[in-house]
Design a binder for this molecule. Sequence first.
Ligand SMILES: [Zn+2]
Length: 46
Amino acid sequence: MAYYCLRCKRVVELKADSQGVRCPYCGYRALKKERPAVLVKKVKAV
Ligand SMILES: [Zn+2]
C-alpha cells in the first residue's frame, strides 16, 4: 500500500498498515492512503 506523508508530502511504501504507520523521512505519524496526485501537480519536486 502506498501512503504519503501529510508533512513532507513524500510517498511512503509501508508493509504494515495497521499500526506503526510513520514517515521514515521526517518521522511524522500522519500518513494518508491516497496518492498525492493533486498535490504533485501543484508542488514542485525539489
Ligand atoms: Zn514525512
